[in-house]
Design a protein around this ligand. Structure first.
Ligand code: GDD
Ligand code: MG
Length: 342
């Protein structure tokens, strides 16, 4: 059985970190986001198709070095084809019902149970659902008691949202779904394909689950996913290898070879590999990219610092993004992906 992981797109809401890396390789507790997802795949899934474009070579390099006991196919679109176009572009590898997963979700969904539900309902498509208060950034469904979805609206205005149940970003699709997607075109699964499946087949189902769900789409949720996973592991902090920590870490994570000076506090923050933080520094809700240096006495709150930046001593920053290097060529200035037509 195959699983397609949608891991393309630029991750614009996670810049400056996505200026230098694929979103799916952003570390969560020192392991790429995409590895967390691959570990949730049922045994039955023996082939994983990574639908990628931006920074494909980094993803390929990672999977050349790490074995997950499954066949990994890196399928690069010639240009971003959207969430639907990317699935169609993988159709040569599909041999039966298949999973399609957004790469930026960390959640407790049990995919094997979702598969059983899909089979029992004889569904053409089953999507995972999660209740949320503010639905306007998500796909929202109208659903009957038996799980049959009668309406799917992507990113509706609050007043147009049919319910508080959102598309949680994991799908089980029958191969016939591929017939709805035009090849080689920019196609949004959510906006163009799901509504057609509802209308044409009436067999579009929603699968609700318990536990946790986080869309790691922006810096704030990137920080909160760390807090959640640390709490689940009953840890106050996590560190990689060869770190020298003299200060204090609270609800934070440091990568490999991180140095933290004396009398420094790091709270609700993530430090990538080889970050050096001086003495008497305070970091709160910060994400600090690889090889950064933070000078003594600095106080940073709600700050995202891209790779290889140097912060002078005694810097005070609040709500800032630090990036003093050129923006990679072709990097868009707004979100594309599944927001076609906006
Ligand atoms: N290969 C490929 N090509 N992947 C893409 C492309 C593309 O052109 N565009 C986006 N993706 C990938 C992203 O990397 C991400 O893993 C996934 O498809 C979804 O795209 P996002 O850009 O993250 O969409 P979103 O977060 O605004 O909304 C989606 O996720 C929500 C749940 O988090 C939608 O599926 C919503 O309906 C859903 O509620
Ligand atoms: Mg997303």
């Amino acid at each position: 059985m195959e699983a397609i992981i949608l891991a393309g797109g630029f991750g614009t809401r996670l810049r400056p970190f996505t200026f230098t890396r694929a979103k799916s390789l952003l570390p969560i507790l020192n392991e790429p986001m995409i590895s967390h997802l691959i570990r949730t795949l049922p045994k039955k899934v023996d082939t994983v198709i990574l639908a990628v474009n931006y920074r494909r070579e980094q993803i390929e390099e990672y999977f050349n070095k790490h074995d997950f006991g499954k066949t990994i196919i890196v399928n690069e679109e010639p240009e971003p084809l959207g969430t639907g176009g990317a699935v169609k572009y993988a159709d040569q590898y599909i041999t039966g019902p298949f999973f399609t997963l957004n790469a930026d979700i960390i959640c407790s969904l049990n995919l094997a149970e979702m598969l059983r539900f899909h089979e029992k309902k004889k569904a053409t498509a089953t999507i995972s659902l999660w209740p949320i208060e503010n639905v306007s950034e998500f796909g929202v469904v109208d659903i009957k008691k038996d799980g049959n979805i009668t309406k799917f609206v992507e990113k509706p205005k609050a007043e147009d949202a049919p319910s508080d149940l959102i598309n949680a970003g994991a799908y089980l699709l029958e191969p016939q779904v591929l017939n709805y997607i035009e090849p080689g075109k920019l196609v949004s699964m959510e906006k163009q394909i799901f509504p057609q499946i509802i209308n044409n087949t009436g067999r579009f189902f929603g699968y609700k689950f318990q536990g946790h769900w986080i869309d790691v789409g922006r810096i704030s949720s990137y920080i909160s996913v760390h807090a959640l996973l640390l709490e689940k592991q009953k840890k106050t902090f996590a560190t990689g290898e060869q770190c020298t920590i003299q200060g204090t870490l609270k609800s934070s994570c440091a990568g490999n070879m991180v140095r933290i000076g004396k009398n420094t506090t790091v709270e609700s923050s993530i430090l990538f590999d080889q970050v050096t933080v001086g003495d008497n520094v305070s970091l709160d809700h910060c994400v600090i990219g690889e090889h950064c240096e933070i000078g003594d006495g600095s106080v940073l709150r709600n700050v995202a610092i891209g790779d290889n930046e140097i912060i002078e001593k005694h810097t005070k920053l609040d709500n800032a993004v630090v990036w003093n290097q050129p923006i990679p060529q072709g990097y868009p200035n707004k979100q594309i992906g599944n927001v076609i037509g906006e």
